[in-house]
Ligand binder design. Structure first.
Ligand code: ADP
Ligand code: MG
Length: 266
């Protein structure tokens, strides 16, 4: 059998595509048989790994991709970078623990959630990102159409589920109880990252029922890392730099701008 055909049958597409240059390099560098074999298989493995990461990143449905390395910790000193470094090691995914990122708009909750999701996808875990609003729309529709179980299963299956923006809108009782079902199914089996602009004391309002809120928080926080971000919005940093906004300190010093202060975006 021809080498090309053999590589095709073995599905070694990456090696097959670069076979000529690999052989040429091997003879130029005078590699031993063992070194040549190692380099060839490494090339195939790297190609497969990269393809897997790309496919997991696209399946995760991130709205945009940001990494931990792109996060400016100096801008947000309330975040302990050691905690983020530990989480980046993905022990929390292996142990099926949760992460809750709390804080006002613009402080980097979604950025960090996505960044941890990217790490997990790179490490081979299935990740899925969606906003709480999208999740509830999907689950409620599925319930009306008698296919709630199947839809829930899709959200139980990823090793890491990222639910963004908990608490922007209150839930109906039915939505809260469907969410509770999802949480119960994932509990101690798979990880969840949740971001919210509401502190835990206000979660009762989100679920419209204190008993359900307690049960939800109980499952969510039993094995969880909570990161409470207290700081300024990064989105407003640039605007402030350009002089559109006035900081509280500038106000104190009477350096307030005459034009109206811009609305803080989410
Ligand atoms: P939140 O989800 O808390 O509202 P985001 O994560 O959406 O905030 O952050 C808003 C924007 O600012 C994003 O583009 C994000 O990448 C960026 N950002 C926020 N905090 C930082 C930071 N500390 N370093 C670098 N970029 C940041
Ligand atoms: Mg956000």
């Amino acid at each position: 059998m021809q080498l090309g055909t053999l590589l095709e049958k073995l599905k070694m597409d990456h090696l097959n595509a670069q076979l000529d240059s690999v052989c040429e390099q091997a003879s130029k560098r005078d590699l031993s048989y063992k070194e040549f074999l190692t380099e060839s298989l490494l090339l195939e493995w790297r190609g497969r790994h990269l393809k897997g990461v790309e496919s997991r990143l696209s399946q995760a449905r991130f709205p945009w991709v940001k990494t931990v390395e792109q996060f400016d910790f100096n801008f947000q000193p309330s975040i302990d970078r050691k905690v983020i470094r530990d989480l980046s090691g993905l022990g929390f995914v292996d142990r099926a623990e949760n992460v809750v990122l709390l804080g006002p708009p613009g402080v980097g909750k979604t950025h960090l959630a996505i960044a941890l999701g990217v790490k997990a996808a790179e490490a081979g875990h299935r990740v899925f990102f969606l906003t709480v609003e999208t999740m509830l729309t999907r689950l409620s529709r599925a319930k009306r159409e008698n296919r709630l179980d199947r839809q829930l299963q899709l959200l139980v299956y990823p090793r890491l589920l990222i639910l963004d923006e908990m608490g922007y809108l209150p839930m109906t009782r039915e939505e809260a109880s469907i969410f509770f079902r999802l949480l119960t199914r994932r509990y101690e089996r798979a990880s969840l990252i949740i971001t919210s602009n509401k502190s835990f004391v206000d979660w009762g309002e989100i679920f419209g029922d204190q008993v359900l809120a307690t049960a939800i928080l109980d499952r969510l926080l039993h094995h969880a890392t909570t990161i409470n971000i207290k700081g300024e919005s990064y989105r407003l940093k640039e605007k402030r730099k350009s002089g559109v906004l006035t900081t509280a300190k500038q106000k104190e010093r009477g350096e307030e701008k005459k034009e109206p202060v811009a609305q803080q975006a989410n």
